[in-house]
Design a protein around this ligand. Structure first.
Ligand code: GLU
Length: 416
């Protein structure tokens, strides 16, 4: 649907904040344009001996504040406009967290669930090779995203290093710890989201202990935030889902047991003692906290008025459309926007990159306490900004993020 084209949404979000912070028109136009886009079509030898051509993208949205940063996703529905939007969101995410990075994103159109490990390795290595002219520790540093993981990063790191002739751990983050990854990176997105939820409930005078929570999506972000909210904050997770459907129990679900079930069967559905629930109905549950942790465009003008949660924490990128944002704001639903709520991942990616460049690695306690400090500080800054301008948290966050990038552009000037 054209109205939910993610890149149109990303541009609209800039227009909204431009008015709030009185952004100069020329700078606004720069901030609506991806700096560099690479499309690659490349063959992969499949297990049956056939060659198959795949299409992939890497979009570098803006690098005024530092090297570009952002994940690579493997998904059948990847489009260039989606990758453009995600690269813009990475720019604002790194900026609002005050990380010295610009933003980028990559994607390959493929269905990793139907590919063997060997096929995925060959696809990853060839894609890494195709984009290698524009990645590197000082240019653009990929990381995991939807359906990619630390093994994917290990293959990219190795492919890039083979081309260079020496090991370059800082070319990607989210690597296995044994080859230069960081302690805590695996759960960082979920952990960061938990910290932001904790800070928001404190500021709003809401009790997190015993609060009811529904989580849409049970991947790296959703499963971890659900687990930590239950384990460390005493919240009650009443519903979770994955791409195949959801489960609900008003008395709460044990995340440890749900995770075991998912590891065994490949899905959360069929978990003993829980009712079936669709992904769409999960969003409308009467819970205190809703965590969309799957894909874009889940909360739209069609269902936003039915959201009953008091707090929506966006562990996914782009789950809420601008129209839905307006409805939620009017209904006094607090949204913790993606560029803040899921920024724990890229924050620990930054720590990983710093450790790689220094060749000096930190213990988990240091990683988590630094993550907690960055998440809490950024949340307070966003909530203050939203209050100052009388806008929702997304626009409050964008006001900080866009202003920082605009300042960098102004100070550097336009070449030549
Ligand atoms: N893919 C994650 C995100 O959307 C992490 C990006 C990174 O660590 O560079 O924020």
């Amino acid at each position: 649907m054209a109205e939910n084209n993610p890149f149109e949404i990303a541009k609209k979000q800039i227009d909204i904040v431009a008015k709030v912070i009185n952004l100069n028109d020329g700078v606004r136009d720069i901030l609506k344009s991806p700096k560099r886009e690479l499309t690659v079509n490349f063959p992969v030898r499949m297990d049956n001996g056939d060659y198959k051509v795949f299409t992939g993208y890497r979009v570098q949205f803006n690098m005024a504040r530092g090297p570009c940063k952002g994940g690579i996703r493997y998904h059948p529905q990847v489009t260039l406009d989606e990758v453009r939007a995600l690269s813009a969101w990475m720019t604002w995410k790194c900026s609002v967290m005050n990380l010295p990075y610009g933003g980028a994103k990559g994607g390959v159109i493929c269905n990793p669930k139907q590919m063997s490990r060997g096929e995925l390795e060959r696809l990853t290595r060839r894609f890494a090779s195709e984009i290698s002219p524009i990645i590197g520790p000082e240019i653009d540093v990929p990381a995991p995203d939807v359906y990619t993981d630390s093994q994917t990063m290990a293959w990219i790191m190795d492919t890039y290093s083979m081309q260079k002739g020496y090991s370059v751990p800082g070319v990607v983050t989210g690597k296995p710890i044994a080859i230069g990854g960081s302690e805590g990176r695996g759960e960082a997105t979920g952990r960061g989201c938990m910290y932001v939820i904790r800070e928001a409930t404190k500021r709003q005078g809401m009790k997190l202990k015993g609060a009811t929570v529904a989580v849409q999506g049970f991947g790296n972000a959703g499963s971890v935030v659900a687990h930590l909210l239950e384990e460390e904050q005493g919240a009650k997770i009443v519903a979770v889902s994955d791409s195949k459907g959801g489960i609900y129990n008003k008395d709460g679900l044990s995340m440890k047991k749900v995770m075991e079930h998912k590891n065994k069967t490949g899905e959360v559905s069929g978990f003993p003692g829980a009712q079936k629930i669709s992904n769409e109905d999960l969003l409308k549950l009467d819970v205190d906290i809703l965590v969309p942790a799957a894909l874009e465009n889940q909360i739209t003008n069609k269902n936003a008025s039915q959201i009953k949660a008091k707090l929506v924490a966006e562990a996914a990128n782009g789950p809420t459309t601008p129209e839905a944002d307006e409805i939620l704001f009017k209904n006094k639903v607090t949204v913790l926007p993606d560029i803040l709520a899921n920024a724990g991942g890229v924050t620990v990616s930054y720590f990983e990159w710093v450790q790689d460049l220094q060749g000096f690695f930190w213990p988990i306690e240091d990683v988590n306490s630094k993550l907690e400090a960055v998440m809490s500080k950024s949340y307070q800054a966003v909530a203050d900004s939203a209050e100052k301008y009388g806008v929702n948290n997304r626009t409050g966050a964008y006001a900080i993020a866009v202003d920082r990038v605009a300042t960098a552009i102004r100070l550097r000037g336009i070449y030549p």
